[in-house]
Design a protein around this ligand. Structure first.
Ligand code: TXA
Ligand code: MG
Length: 324
């Protein structure tokens, strides 16, 4: 558990100091457009090992390597297959993580021993400035303890990781609020390994048909082991306000309207306008708040299963799977 607080710096003015910490082998949490990442120098096996330690993350769960700019990809990995290059061209910087061959410069601990590597360029100026100033690729999973809710605010990182992280760059709430979409486009037909902030529909429009891998957990070594993930500490189940029963103080996560029925101790509404992008941006923040509301159960209403709504429902299912 944590014993103290990390240094929290503004995301803009703190970049140089945070970059120096990365170069010295330290851990820096930083905002991306999706969620906050827990970064370390991806070329430094000892620094990467500290990420697994800080998160209590199993060593079989590989990290995503972050670059400052798409032009840095060929410099690190050499040529990539045309379909990968097309996705880079179309969607970077942005919430799309691509699978490439692991270059020799990246130590195997970063990829959990896989001969492939997940890589992306985040669409967040301070993140790109940090990586550029560090002058190295930055390995960064979400900055939460393994299995828990992803952080969309610096406060979430501080509460979850404490001084297991050296520096937190605070850039306010993240824009997308949900992790990147992970795609393996090395074969004939791109495979979505994890649903995320870039909707499947946008991928299809850009590159034609894709396969959405059943489960889409993004876990290549032991599929299914991450079926339970993204979980609040409070038991969560998926349901509607009408179906809800049982006593105790219960919280409700609504898509667009406060429930008319039921006796709820706390309610969070994701988007009164029914906007899925806005709902995704608020998802983890709302779950963090319900978790802090002292309720004994959270009932979460599913959202329409289109666009980024698919990724929201995926996160809710994984959160529920932890408890059932
Ligand atoms: O939006 C995001 O992707 C955020 C920000 C910080 O960039 N990062 C993030 O990292 O969500 P993380 O560690 O929470 O999730 C990364 C997932 C791993 O759980 C793993 O399943 C998948 O990426 N992954 C990493 N390397 C892979 C590989 N070589 N092949 C297949 N999946 C891989
Ligand atoms: Mg994560």
């Amino acid at each position: 558990m944590t014993t103290g607080s990390p240094r929290v710096l503004p995301a803009d003015s703190g970049v140089a100091e945070a970059a120096a910490v990365l170069r010295a082998g330290g851990l820096v949490a930083f905002p991306t457009e999706t969620v906050y990442g827990l970064g370390a120098n991806a070329l430094d096996a000892r620094a990467a090992a500290r990420i697994f330690e800080a998160k209590a993350r199993p060593s079989f769960d590989p990290l995503i390597t972050h670059l400052a700019d798409a032009v840095d990809l060929p410099a690190l990995v050499g040529a990539v297959p045309p379909a990968v290059a097309a996705l880079v061209e179309r969607f970077w910087p942005g919430p799309l993580t691509l699978i490439v061959d692991r270059p020799a410069a990246i130590p195997p601990i970063v990829t959990s021993g896989l001969d492939t590597m997940a890589v992306r360029v985040p669409d967040e100026p301070s993140a790109r400035a940090l990586i550029a100033a560090a002058g190295v690729p930055v390995a960064a999973p979400s900055a939460n303890r393994f299995g828990q809710l992803s952080p969309t605010r610096a406060e979430h990182v501080v509460a979850g990781l404490g001084d297991a992280v050296d520096v937190v760059l605070d850039g306010g709430p993240t824009r997308c609020g949900i992790e990147s979409t992970i795609v393996d486009a090395r074969g004939d037909r791109p495979v979505v390994l994890r649903l995320g902030a870039l909707p499947v529909e946008a991928l299809v429009e850009a590159v034609g048909p894709v396969t959405v891998r059943p489960g889409s957990s993004g876990q290549p070594v032991a599929p299914g082991t991450l079926a339970a993930h993204y979980a609040p500490r409070t038991p969560l189940r998926i349901g509607t306000a009408e179906q809800a029963s049982g006593g105790g103080r219960r919280g409700f996560l609504a898509f667009r309207e406060r429930p008319a029925a039921g006796d709820w101790a706390a309610v969070e509404v994701l988007s009164p306008d029914g906007d899925l992008t806005a709902a995704a941006a608020r998802l983890f923040d709302a779950l963090h708040r319900l978790d802090a509301a002292g309720v004994t159960e959270i009932v979460a209403e599913p959202v329409p299963d289109v666009g980024v709504g698919r990724a929201i429902n995926d996160r809710l299912r994984r959160a529920a799977a932890t408890w059932h």
